[in-house]
Design a binder for this molecule. Structure first.
Ligand code: GAR
Length: 202
């Protein structure tokens, strides 16, 4: 079993998808849910599921950003999953967890990524671009936001949508398939990293 820490900031539907995946139950153990917002629904969901929650914000159970790498190591975390976490991850964590931090992004990177591109901002930009296809991307995190190596993507047809919210709905559905799939691949040691290309092994 690989110890997983999930970082969240909002609704927590991806966290829910991870915790409800029957395959992942046999492969990983979510040891910590970490948030910059102790009030977020994702935190509540974690607490209901008896998972330890830690705040990197300003309230109780507070972990200082500079202590995060050591803290995660002390929990024997093998994989960090950013599931809607909106803050930058400290450089010490990125260095200590090389190729062990993954992020889900609600569009097909390298388009529609970068600073300010999160949640509905992404879907509005996709809508305004007139793109006929969108999707979700899971990638490794490195120092440049949304530019880490792409692990897997799944696309969805949006040619008939009338509002950005419809894109959000369709993309979220596939996020809930893609993220558990990539975590499973990681846990089974089926992600091969060669320079900037990643192969998923069977
Ligand atoms: C998800 O759509 C995720 O892709 C997005 O935030 C949402 C979190 O939803 N992440 C980003 O935009 C990161 N750039 P959730 O809290 O219900 O999982």
């Amino acid at each position: 079993m690989i110890g997983v820490a999930v970082f969240v900031s909002g609704r927590g539907s991806n966290l829910e998808a991870i915790l409800n995946s029957p395959k992942l139950k046999k492969l990983v153990i979510v040891k910590a849910v970490i948030s910059d917002n102790a009030e977020c629904p994702a935190f509540e969901y974690a607490k209901k599921n008896s998972i330890d929650t830690y705040n990197v914000g300003k309230q109780e159970n507070f972990i200082h950003y500079s202590d995060l790498a050591e803290f995660l190591k002390s929990l024997d975390i093998g994989l960090i999953v950013l599931a809607g976490f909106l803050k930058m991850i400290p450089e010490t964590v990125i260095k200590n967890f090389n190729n062990r931090i993954i992020n889900i992004h609600p569009a097909l990177l390298p388009s529609f990524g970068g600073k300010g591109m999160y949640g509905m901002n992404v879907h509005k930009a996709v809508y305004n671009s007139g793109a006929k296809v969108s999707g979700a991307t899971v990638h490794f995190i490195d120092e440049a936001y949304d530019e880490g190596k792409i692990i897997a993507q799944k696309k969805v047809d949006i040619s008939d949508v009338k509002f950005p919210e419809q894109i959000a709905e369709r993309v979220l559905k596939i996020e809930h398939e893609l993220l558990p799939f990539v975590i499973e691949k990681f846990a089974r040691n089926q992600i091969s990293v060669k320079k900037n290309r990643i192969m998923l092994l069977r």
